[in-house]
Design a protein around this ligand. Structure first.
Ligand SMILES: *Cc1c(COP(=O)(O)O)cnc(C)c1O
Length: 361
């Protein structure tokens, strides 16, 4: 007998995002999902603990005003220029829904955060990928077109390449497509990139998305936000209030506010990640890797003599997790998150072991 399919027809067509492995095993050197190797600020833990002791029987503020105020103050924006979501992935989903369903293609780099294409399939948005150049750099001139487009999305710095664009390039894109939204995903900007937030007052088509998952060590709390002129934020709020009125719970709101208050801890941990990165790049180059210049909390590297998929497998067998993408043009690269100094040492020691027979030859 044939089984009944209960799915809405569109569900069979979806091809969901596959997140990096979150293994249950202890003692792994986990460098595969670009989490921060340091815990959140102690002030964040204190704020969450306090919030847990009062008021959880009540719904949170649907507009999460205190956290939006903290973010606005941080960036020199007004409350009306900040939109919050349950992780930046949710914010991105709302941006795609709100602005890019235009019956013409959305422009994005061929190599970028792969979730963008997942949202496009979910919402039926046509995609036109624009190839990065041979050195995996984005060339803004390639985004000029006479044909109608739904908008432009890019990560700056880009993932998984780790390389960033100067603000002059972002301005070029904004001027090229004045009637469409240009979405700049700055998930990694705090590790050495240039933020476009300062351009918001001059460009009505600019949306900048940030997350607390990477530079503020809060991947487990799920907070992301978009910054842009009030008319864009209004559209996002309409979508959000048609989907989930309370994307941020009371603990996330309290923890998020504390994360922005403890500026010293934030700067110290970002600095620690960036200085570990410098050491790791040198050590990888000593082992023969070619490493792209990184403005993020990960490096993107290939070894001219060793297959990347094989290397990832060998590392995993020895308890070190890194990310390999089975995608044309980057299948010989590994994306390696910057760990603590100790984790970086463990990675380099394990690689040395694996590569010894190759290097001796
Ligand atoms: C990690 C990441 C995100 C998702 O962040 P969350 O806030 O944890 O959902 C979005 N964009 C890019 C480019 C990322 O690397």
């Amino acid at each position: 007998m044939e089984k009944t399919c209960y799915f809405s027809p569109v569900v069979a067509q979806l091809s969901p995002y596959v997140p990096g492995e979150q293994p249950k095993l202890a003692n792994l050197v986990k460098l595969n999902t670009n989490e921060n190797p340091y815990p959140p600020s102690p002030q964040v833990i204190a704020a969450i603990t306090q919030a847990a002791q009062q008021g959880l029987q009540l719904y949170p503020d649907p507009a999460a005003t205190v956290l939006r105020q903290a973010i606005a103050a941080q960036h020199g924006l007004t409350l009306e220029q900040v939109f919050l979501g349950n992780g930046s992935d949710e914010v991105l989903a709302h941006v795609f829904f709100a602005f890019f369903q235009q019956n013409c293609p959305l422009l994005m780099p061929d190599i970028s955060y792969s979730f963008y294409q997942v949202y496009c399939r979910l919402y039926g948005i046509e995609v036109r990928t624009v190839p990065l150049d041979v050195s995996l750099q984005l060339r803004v001139a390639d985004y000029a077109t006479d044909r109608a487009v739904a908008g432009v999305v890019l990560a700056n710095p880009n993932a998984p390449t780790g390389m960033g664009l100067p603000l002059s390039d972002i301005e070029c894109l904004l001027q090229m497509h004045p009637n469409r939204v240009v979405l700049v995903d700055e998930a990694y900007v705090d590790f050495g990139g240039q933020s476009a937030v300062g351009l918001i007052d001059r460009y009505p088509n600019l949306l900048v998305v940030h997350t607390l998952s990477k530079s503020r060590s809060l991947a487990g709390l799920r907070i992301g936000y978009a910054c842009g002129q009030a008319h864009l934020i209004d559209a996002l709020t309409r979508v959000k209030n048609s989907f989930n009125s309370y994307p941020l719970d009371r603990l996330a709101i309290a923890g998020g506010v504390a994360a922005f208050e403890d500026r010293a801890y934030f700067e110290q941990t970002c600095q620690a990640v960036m200085s570990s990165r410098e050491g790791l790049v040198l050590a990888l180059e000593d082992l023969g890797f070619v490493v792209l210049p990184s403005q993020t909390n990960f490096v993107f590297a290939r070894h001219p003599k060793v297959d990347a998929a094989q290397l990832a497998t060998n590392l995993r067998q020895r308890g070190v997790l890194v990310r390999h993408f089975n995608q044309a043009r980057i299948e010989q690269y590994l994306r390696i998150s910057i760990g603590t100094l100790h984790q970086c040492d463990q990675l380099v020691m394990t690689l040395t072991e694996i590569l010894q027979p190759v290097v001796d030859r």
